[in-house]
Design a protein around this ligand. Sequence first.
Ligand code: EPU
Length: 417
Amino acid sequence: MDKIRVKGGRRLEGTLVASGAKNAVLPAMAASLLTSEPVTLENAPEVRDVTTMARVLQRMGASDTRLKDHRLILEVPEIRAPEAPYELVKTMRASILVLGPLLARCGEARVSLPGGCAIGARPVNLHIAALQKLGARIEVEHGYIVATGRDLRGAEITFDAKTVTGTENVMMAATRARGRTVLRNVAQEPEIEDLAALLSAMGARISGAGGEAIVIEGVEKLHGAVHPVVPDRIETGTFLMAGAITRGDLRVENCRPDHLGAVLEKLKEVGVRLAIEDRAIRVLPGGPIRAGNLVTLPYPAFPTDLQAQYMALMTQAQGTSLITESIFENRYMHAGELRRMGAKIDIDGHSAVVQGGTPLTGAQVMATDLRASACLILAGLVADGETTIDRAYHLDRGYERIEEKLRKVGAAVERIH
Ligand code: EPU
C-alpha cells in the first residue's frame, strides 16, 4: 500500500493549476447513462473515483470510458445490466448516483445499499423518498436497493434536509419523467449547477439549479454533449491552506473564486493575505495567522470537505478555535492523528477545540478518508522532521497527483511504494 512521506519546514512558492472537481465529474459520469450517444467531459480530473465510476458504467454496458489528457469520453449504447454491485459501491458510495439515471433510461435499477462510512452513517433515505414521489417502486432486498418504474411522473418534492447526491439523483431521474418536477430545499453547491449545465446541453429542460428550487420539464429523450467540468473548489481550498500554513506565496490557477466565498472570507478573517483574480487566487506571506471559529454548513457556507484542512491550519494559529462540524457526525478522525503529531485538540460531540501555536513533530500517521489525508499532508508540511501518511489510496480517490503538484511548488513530498 502506497504511503506519502512529507518533510516539514519548506515554504510553498509558485503556481498550481486546479483540476476539475471530483464531486462534479461523478454525477456527470452517471448522467451519461441517460443517453445512448457519447458524452464528452473536458477538464476531467484523473483520480481514482473516476476510474471506479468508469468501472460501474462498464458493468452496465458502457462501450467507451476513455480518459486521456483530462478528456473523458463516455458512451452507453444500451443498458445491459442495470446494476451497481456491492464490490464497487463499497469502495465508492457515489455509485448511488446511477440510481436516478437508470430508472429514467430503462425503468429499473439494482444498486447495492451503501453502508456507513468513516465520516458518518450517511443514509440514502432522502434519495429513495424523492424517487418514490416520482412514481418509482423501491424495496431493499438482500442489501440492494431494487427500484422499478417505467412511467416516472413529474412531482412537487421538498427534501426534508439538503443532500448533494440526493438532489443530483432526483434531477437526473426527473429529466425524462412525464411532466413537470419542482424540487425544493435542494442542495445549492456549484456541482449541482454544473450537472444542470450538462443536462441542459444534453437536451433536458431544467432551470433554477444553484438556487432554492429546481424546475424540470421532462423530455422524451436526451442526446450526447460536450461539457467542461467545473474546477475543484475543495482542491483549491486545500492548496490555499497549504500556502497559508507554510507562510508561502502560492497562486492557484484555473479555479473559481466565486465558488469559494465563505472559505476566502474565513481565511481573510484569520489573517491570510489573499489576492483574488477572475480565475486565480494567490496566497501571500503576511502577519501571524489568528484563531477563528468555524461552523460547516451546506453551500454557500463553509464546506465540510475543508474542515479537516482548516483544523490543521488552526493548530498553527494564535489562540484557540472552536470548530463545529454540522454535516457529518463522525468527521474528526484526523484529530487523533494530528494529536500524534503534537496538536492539542479536544473533541466533544460535533465540536472540536483546537489550541493554536503548537509546534508539530513528524510522525507515522494513518489516513482515514480523503480530506483527513489532505489535512495530514498540511500538518506534515510544517512539522519538524518527517511525517509518513499510511493508506495514500484515500488521497488518490480525489486529489490528482497531489504529491507531484506540491513538489512543483517546493514541498518535500514523495510517494513510497
Ligand atoms: N443524509 C441523510 N439522508 C440522505 C442523504 C443524506 O440523512 O438520504 C445526510 C447525510 O448523512 C449527511 C447530510 O445529509 O449527514 C449531507 O449529506 P449529503 O447527501 O449532502 O452528502 P453526499 O451527497 O453523500 C456529497 C459529497 C461529499 C460531501 C457532502 C457534503 C459527492 C460525491 N460527495 O456527499 O464529498 O462531503 O456532499 O457536502 O458529491 C468528499 O469529497 O470528501 C466528500 C465526502
